[in-house]
Design a protein around this ligand. Structure first.
Ligand SMILES: [Zn+2]
Length: 268
């Protein structure tokens, strides 16, 4: 998977010493070879299915994580150690701009990285909650006024993402009333919305329409091309896109200039 941290996308593969610095590949010629894999996308173990049977029986592959607003039983959680690690923490409810505006939830300590991993251009926090369950309840309430699903493909960004975020945040404010109001962090005045918008780091400066028309590499393919950029989980080259979201568990070989792999020096 591609994990973004401090504005940098890094590709983590099961069998390598460290991650590949994808931002460092921009402008470089690379070779990518994709063979059918037999690994669990989650734990990296050899398996017949991905996620493997073991991982499927635990969070995060559980309904209570997918829809915490309705399915989380918080007090009598069947996965107490996962809850301590991943749910009983401050969460944020956010809006991000991609090809449309969507709402989502994530842990409060790394939301900008999460937005970058989704490939968003801009984001804005609308609520803060003490745990995943309350964030899920708010996300479900917001589903009436803003999408909670978005594309996992390359896309053309909105013409005016900031304005679209302000409009969506206004709609959210109308939902964040009554028992939900204490969690809202939206200013009373719409004029304050602009200051809350964060521009997500990007490593692409090319033409989105060109990338949109490129084929996507799949199992059995071999690609040799120059890297144009990275957005979210997708690497764009001159000849094709590599969507790591669609290649989880497969066997991937990347040939690139030595200084790009692995990025040991700042892998902490
Ligand atoms: Zn597994």
């Amino acid at each position: 998977m591609v994990s973004w941290s401090r504005g940098k996308p890094r590709l983590y593969l099961a069998d390598t010493d460290g991650p590949i610095d994808l931002a460092g590949l921009v402008g470089e010629e690379i070779c990518v070879d994709i063979q059918p894999g037999f690994r669990c996308q989650h734990c990296g173990d050899q398996a017949d299915t991905s996620p493997c049977q073991e991982c499927q029986s635990k969070p995060p592959h559980q309904q209570c994580i997918f829809t915490p607003g309705t399915s989380c039983t918080y007090q009598d959680c069947p996965f107490p150690s996962f809850k301590r690690r991943s749910c009983a923490h401050n969460f944020v409810v956010y809006l991000v701009a991609k090809d449309c505006v969507k709402a989502g939830i994530t842990q409060a300590d790394r939301y900008v990285s999460r937005w970058a991993e989704q490939g968003a251009t801009h984001g804005m926090v609308v609520a803060r909650t003490p745990n995943r369950r309350v964030a899920g309840i708010i996300e479900e309430a917001l589903d009436d006024v803003v999408s909670t699903e978005s594309t996992k493909e390359w896309y053309e960004p909105l013409d005016d993402p900031k304005q679209e975020l302000v409009t969506a945040a206004n709609s959210c404010r109308e939902v964040l009333t009554g028992s939900l109001e204490p969690f809202s962090v939206l200013p009373d005045d719409e004029d304050g919305f602009d200051d809350r918008i964060i521009t997500v780091p990007v490593h692409f400066s090319g033409d989105d329409a060109t990338v949109l028309n490129l084929p996507e590499v799949t199992v059995g393919d071999e690609l040799q091309s120059e890297v144009l950029g990275v957005r979210g989980q997708i690497l764009a080259t001159k000849d094709a896109v590599v969507n790591f979201d669609h290649l989880k568990g497969e066997q991937l070989t990347v040939e690139a200039p030595a200084e790009c792999i692995p990025a040991m020096e700042d892998a902490q």
